[in-house]
Design a protein around this ligand. Structure first.
Ligand SMILES: N[C@@H](CCC[C@H](N)C(=O)O)C(=O)O
Length: 283
């Protein structure tokens, strides 16, 4: 199986071009687990398939390192956009990508010779806030904004946001002391999230800057999470820490993303994507 390894701010995936490779549906979860293993596989946070779409210009499917299929991936979308443009799967700078979490619009900024792309903006669409859309247990048409929950004997204030995939965001005073490894795995699989959740910790620096750490559903601690960064900015706005229309620089372990929730209810994410290399994986 031919593959390309790419990363967005250190959040790396094995990308498979399924316009060319034929993979069986039933082998995908195990393949994702195997390629992601850093000792016996290639080493990554999961596997992403780039393929044809019946409704959009291209399709992305994302599998976490534990083989679970997720509905969206921000860092993956920027890498998919770069790959699709550089490999001429799309021939325009703005195009649409189908994900299980809905369709999104990507815009690539190519080099002068049009051959390479380093920076990509993605319109991730409107955040979904109702419990039924996260999904979360409870009244389907209510939201979770700065709501107290008890985890591991601690009371934490949680804001829940779906960016096509589920996120629970917690604001902390000092990001270096955020209990990512302690609370992340406990909350990820808590009963209140029937499909599990990505868990994020955020320290506000100002209304246009924040520090961010993540425990990703199905992959654990990663260097960055694009949908998580979008959810964090939405949560900061919902809890009056910043405002719609103000660009926010999100400092993740692997680097920075620019996020803005616009007045017309779209969350834009702008940042880099990098190709690490290509190879052939013996299945
Ligand atoms: N790293 C991603 C998110 C990948 C999926 C996530 N772990 C989930 O299960 O929802 C990103 O950059 O958004």
């Amino acid at each position: 199986m031919k593959f390309t390894k790419m990363h967005g701010l250190g959040n790396s995936y094995i990308y498979v071009n399924v316009f060319e490779e034929t993979l069986k549906e039933e082998e995908l979860p195990e393949l994702a687990v195997n390629v992601s293993n850093k000792n016996t596989g290639i080493g990554s946070d999961g596997m992403i398939l780039i393929g044809p779409s019946e409704t959009e210009d291209i399709q992305m499917r994302i599998f976490n390192a534990d083989g679970s299929e997720a509905k969206n991936c921000g860092n993956g979308l920027r890498s998919v956009a770069k790959y699709a443009y550089e490999n001429q799967l799309v021939k325009k700078e703005s195009f649409t990508v189908e994900t299980l979490g809905g369709a999104v619009k990507a815009h690539v900024y190519p080099s002068n010779d049009n051959k390479t792309v380093e920076r990509i903006a993605v319109d991730m669409g409107a955040p979904r806030l109702y419990k039924k859309d996260i999904p979360m247990k409870g009244e389907p048409h209510t939201t979770t904004v700065d709501e107290a929950i008890e985890v591991d004997g601690q009371i934490l204030m949680m804001t829940a946001v779906s960016m096509g995939n589920p996120h629970a965001v917690f604001f902390v005073d000092n990001i270096t002391q955020a209990p990512v490894e302690q609370i992340g795995p406990l909350l990820e699989k808590d009963d209140m999230f029937p499909e599990s959740a990505n868990i994020e910790f955020v320290e506000m620096v100002s209304e246009n800057e924040m520090h961010f750490r993540v425990w990703e559903r199905g992959s654990g601690i990663t260097q960055a999470c694009g949908t998580g960064a979008c959810a964090a900015v939405v949560a900061a706005i919902l809890t009056n820490r910043t405002k719609k229309g103000i660009p926010v620089t999100v400092h993740l372990l692997g680097g920075d993303l620019e996020i803005i929730w616009t007045e017309n209810n779209s969350v834009w994410m702008t940042g880099p994507a990098v190709t690490i290399g290509h190879g052939e994986y013996k299945k």
